[in-house]
Design a protein around this ligand. Structure first.
Ligand code: HEC
Length: 220
């Protein structure tokens, strides 16, 4: 009996402690976007601390994200990463998705949207000024828009923007290349078609003078 009296307080303590137990599956928490009286702005969802950097998004390479030579407002004439076939293929794919509705696959500004009442026709990428425009200029326009053209910063990630820029340069070359730019010993990949008469407006297929058998395949 004396023993029981000794351990009774201990037993009570154990029972009381058990009452305070809180399992992990039952944590106090806020429902998403619920009100909280704890914070002065009453928002339970806290904004990230100023200067928070999302993982992998430090943006230490300012050129990659702006196209401007670091410490200046001058667009640069170099790519922030090397261009290979893969980059160009990606650029062509993104360009064809996002830019061709207005600029056309050729980049001459004859996309479908400007022909259906869009306020202004985009300039051709093959005019002298845009052929000489630095790469950073194109990056900047995709990032911030230009005149009535909206920006594509939300739709196109920075690396894809650069891939498009590289592809635009390739497009420009494709419309302005001359035979002497082809490496010695290599044939012209796609010789200019010869037309019988006027090639027309593009609404109907032009008549070829002689069907060329070397129709270049669409690159993969
Ligand atoms: C909704 C139609 C539309 C789309 C889509 C569009 N553009 Fe444009 N773009 C325009 C128009 C219109 C202009 C001319 C703007 C003006 O003069 O106000 C223009 C101008 C430009 C210019 C010329 C800037 C200069 O210096 O004259 C470039 C380069 C350009 N766009 C690149 C792009 C690229 C790259 C894309 C795809 C990511 C794209 N645009 C998508 C309509 C469009």
């Amino acid at each position: 009996m004396a023993d029981l009296r000794k351990i009774a307080p201990l037993g009570t303590a154990v029972l009381l402690l058990a009452g305070c137990r809180q399992d992990m599956h039952n944590q106090p928490r806020f429902k998403p976007l619920a009100k909280s009286d704890f914070y002065t702005d009453l928002r339970s969802a806290r904004p990230p601390v100023e200067g928070t950097v999302a993982r992998g998004d430090l943006r230490a390479d300012s050129y990659l994200y702006s196209g401007m030579i670091p410490g200046s407002d001058t667009p640069g004439e170099y790519m922030p990463f090397p261009v290979n076939e893969e980059v160009l293929a990606r650029g062509r794919e993104r360009f064809n998705i996002y830019c061709t509705p207005c600029h056309s696959r050729l980049g001459d500004g004859n996309g479908i949207v400007p022909t259906r009442g869009f306020a202004r026709k985009p300039p051709s990428f093959h005019i002298d000024r845009l052929r000489k425009a630095p790469l950073g200029h194109f990056f900047d326009i995709i990032t911030h828009g230009f005149g009535i053209m909206p920006d594509y910063a939300a739709q196109i990630a920075p690396k894809d923007r650069w891939a498009i820029v590289a592809y635009i340069r390739a497009l420009q070359l494709s419309q302005n290349a001359s035979a002497d730019q082809i490496p010695r010993g290599q044939a012209m990949p796609s010789p200019m078609p010869k037309f019988r008469g006027d090639p027309g407006s593009g609404a109907t297929l032009p008549e070829s003078a002689a069907p060329s058998k070397a129709q270049p395949e669409e690159p993969k």
